[in-house]
Design a binder for this molecule. Structure first.
Ligand SMILES: Cc1cc2nc3c(=O)[nH]c(=O)nc-3n(C[C@H](O)[C@H](O)[C@H](O)COP(=O)(O)OP(=O)(O)OC[C@H]3O[C@@H](n4cnc5c(N)ncnc54)[C@H](O)[C@@H]3O)c2cc1C
Length: 439
């Protein structure tokens, strides 16, 4: 048995950032267990790639995420410059297609100020001003978020892994944790054929699409179920790619389901894509096809707690999703029609190929509702982060520090020695004040 003081399951952008902070604050044997060959292979690479400024996050209801986004922006910006990783401040237009939607943009302007953004970074434009900036965008008004930036989160995660390794963290890749068993000596993490198994004095579950399953394995969070939604992207051909130079998002038609409306996305290599949509799929790795997953659904539907999913299936939210989203997932025409609402010159034939897909794991509560914020659940010798969704990649460095502060306050890291190692690239002091951390 391989013994560790802290084992983090999940080498996504969150688990990797947390590993960095634990190792920069404490001495001890720290491991990250990752099922894939490299870090950041799932949601952390397969996303829109935007460093989101927090103009759309409610300053009190989404307080931790709003702060994490605001603080992490500066951390990522300096980090990308130091490590010579791509950083392209293309900006985002969030458009109101009709007058009735403009008040949502006005509210966003207030959120931006409350979340500490400089007033020069966001500007409310009327339709004519938008046309001067982006002649092919049609709308009643738009919020121009000038510092929204596109990056390669996969490359950022790999760079943070290298920094965590320099502080002594070990990354055990190809380690797919199947089962979790707490005993008086620690928590044992079992992984099928992989040997040796791991025993840890403390487990941190950052397993993204499998976080709920692992929490259930550890006997906690049993009131929650999860559902997985695949978001597909389409690549826009080079000629039509010149239509718009910024990201374009819309005021969500269903505020409870903001991930339903596709965006016009500028990728860090300059390509343009549209997406993502949101198609229910039966698991965290169902990246291709739709109907081939039918057997998977039968198994998932009856997983406990089945009542959550049943109530979700009967909810208006699900009816909206299933009928509309399934059709659009299969249809390039429907995706292009949605984007034509704000870029009328885009044609179906401009979507030349499918891009990659990313999968979002959404927690469903007892009432059958999709939970909006990240959830933290403490277990015996363990802590579990569920529902860590967008803008999770943006906020990972500061959110990771916030979690380490939480664990320290609970005494979960008392078995580790205090660290005297040099800290690079991020200092605790630069995060603690703005995040309101205790230590
Ligand atoms: C389509 C889409 C677009 C998005 N766009 C943006 C965006 O533009 N900007 C933004 O800020 N955020 C965005 N997000 C959200 C962001 O990508 C996520 O919040 C973030 O990547 C979550 O990071 P994570 O480390 O928690 O999860 P993941 O990256 O999924 O990492 C979890 C890791 O755990 C590993 N793992 C899982 N189970 C096990 C196991 N049993 N044993 C061992 N390892 C395991 C997985 O292999 C994976 O590497 C988007 C998300 C999606 C799905």
């Amino acid at each position: 048995m391989d013994d560790w003081d802290v084992a983090i399951v999940g080498g996504g952008i969150l688990g990797t950032s947390i590993a960095y902070w634990v190792a920069s604050r404490y001495d001890g044997r720290i491991a990250v267990l990752e099922r894939e060959a490299r870090v950041g292979e799932h949601a952390s690479r397969r996303n829109t790639g935007v460093v989101h400024r927090p103009f759309y996050l409610h300053p009190t209801r989404a307080r931790t995420f709003a702060r994490a986004s605001q603080v992490s922006y500066g951390l990522w910006k300096r980090y990308a410059a130091e490590r010579k990783l791509p950083w392209s401040a293309v900006g985002t237009l969030k458009v109101a297609r009709v007058e009735e939607e403009v008040k949502a943009l006005e509210e966003n302007l207030q959120f931006a100020a409350a979340n500490g953004m400089d007033p020069k970074e966001v500007e409310l434009l009327d339709g004519r001003d938008v046309a001067k900036l982006e002649p092919n965008v049609a709308c009643a008004a738009a919020l121009h978020a000038k510092t929204d930036t596109v990056v390669d989160y996969g490359a950022l995660t790999e760079a943070v892994r290298a920094d965590a390794e320099a502080l002594g963290v070990r990354f055990l890749t190809h380690f797919p944790v199947d089962a979790v068993e707490a005993n008086p000596y620690g928590v044992v993490l079992m992984a099928g054929a992989y040997r040796p198994w791991v025993r840890t004095r403390f487990l941190l579950n950052c397993a993204g699409g499998e976080a709920v399953r692992l929490a259930h394995e550890a006997g906690v969070a049993t009131e929650y179920a999860d559902l997985h939604f695949r978001g597909d992207y389409w690549i826009v051909g080079a000629e039509a790619g010149g239509l718009v130079g910024r990201n374009v998002y819309t005021v969500p038609r269903h505020p409870d389901l903001p991930f339903l409306d596709p965006h016009w996305v500028v990728r860090v290599d300059g390509r343009r894509e549209i997406g993502p949509n949101a198609v229910p799929v039966p698991g965290p790795y169902a990246y291709e096809g739709l109907f081939r997953h039918a057997p998977g659904w039968a198994a998932r539907a009856f997983e406990p707690p089945a009542g959550n999913k049943l109530r979700f299936a009967l909810s208006r939210t699900f009816l909206t999703l299933s009928a509309r989203e399934m059709v659009s997932a299969l249809s390039r025409g429907e995706m292009s029609r949605r984007v034509q609402r704000f870029i009328p010159r885009l044609r179906e034939g401009d979507l030349v190929a499918r891009g990659f897909a990313g999968i979002r794991a959404n927690v469903v509560d007892r009432r059958g509702g999709l939970v909006k914020e990240a959830i933290e659940v403490a277990g015996p010798r363990s802590y579990h982060i569920l529902n860590y969704n967008s803008p999770g990649a943006t906020g990972a460095p500061a959110y990771g520090a916030y979690l380490v502060d939480r664990l320290a306050a609970r005494g979960d890291l008392d078995h580790l020695g205090k660290n005297t190692k040099s800290r690079s690239p991020w200092t605790w002091e630069s995060v603690a004040g703005p995040m309101g951390l205790a230590s």
